[in-house]
Design a protein around this ligand. Structure first.
Ligand SMILES: Nc1nc2c(c(=O)[nH]1)N[C@H]1C(S)=C(S)[C@@H](COP(=O)(O)O)O[C@H]1N2
Ligand SMILES: [Mo]
Length: 165
């Protein structure tokens, strides 16, 4: 009996656990990930609400940006963790904003440099009015080589969509 049941149980767990482990939003969707996703949670896309993004480990960078006065602290999950949770594979990531602005970069480069999707600026949750819901940020503070015009252009504010191709 058990001998027959065990393979069935194993098969069940193999299929059920990733499905159960995949989080879905309960609140307002603030980020949509499009592309080739192994673990989408809404049709072929991955959608996140604030709570889902806050469950991921939070990183904090205090940076000086050329267009903002004084040091600014940005906090949020690593892009790498967001992509991993989506099962995203691809070479290029495109950050898209509510105002149709977009910027792209190599996925591996973004992961290597610890790019975050900031939910907070100076401790305050970002809203559309304050250039949220999300703000792409680099650890400019700890890596001088990152301070390039290309990377500043990639600091997309009002981010709500990411494409991985
Ligand atoms: N959503 C959005 N993000 C954006 C931009 C933009 O126009 N829209 N401009 C980019 C560029 S080119 C730079 S240098 C920085 C600062 O631009 P800003 O001074 O217009 O904020 O934000 C980047 N992020
Ligand atoms: Mo710019």
């Amino acid at each position: 009996m058990l001998r027959k049941l065990l393979p069935c149980l194993a098969l069940f767990l193999l299929h059920a656990v990733p499905a159960l482990a995949q989080d879905t939003p309960h609140g307002e969707v603030i980020l949509t990930v499009n592309g080739t996703l192994a673990k989408p949670n809404q049709a072929d896309r991955m959608v996140f609400d604030q709570a889902m993004l806050e469950k991921l480990p939070q990183k904090k960078y205090t940076v000086q940006l050329p267009w903002l006065e004084g040091p600014q602290t940005f906090e949020g999950p690593l892009l790498a963790d967001v992509l991993a949770q989506s099962g995203a594979s691809g070479k290029t990531v495109t950050f898209r904003a509510l105002n149709d602005y977009s910027a792209s970069m190599d996925v591996e480069e973004a992961k290597k440099h610890g790019v975050i999707l900031a939910l907070r600026q100076n401790g305050k949750l970002l809203t559309v009015r304050t250039k949220g819901p999300l703000f792409v940020m680099f650890p400019f503070d700890r890596n001088e080589a990152l301070r390039t015009p290309d990377n500043y252009r990639r600091c997309v504010w009002q981010l709500n969509q990411i494409d991985v191709r």
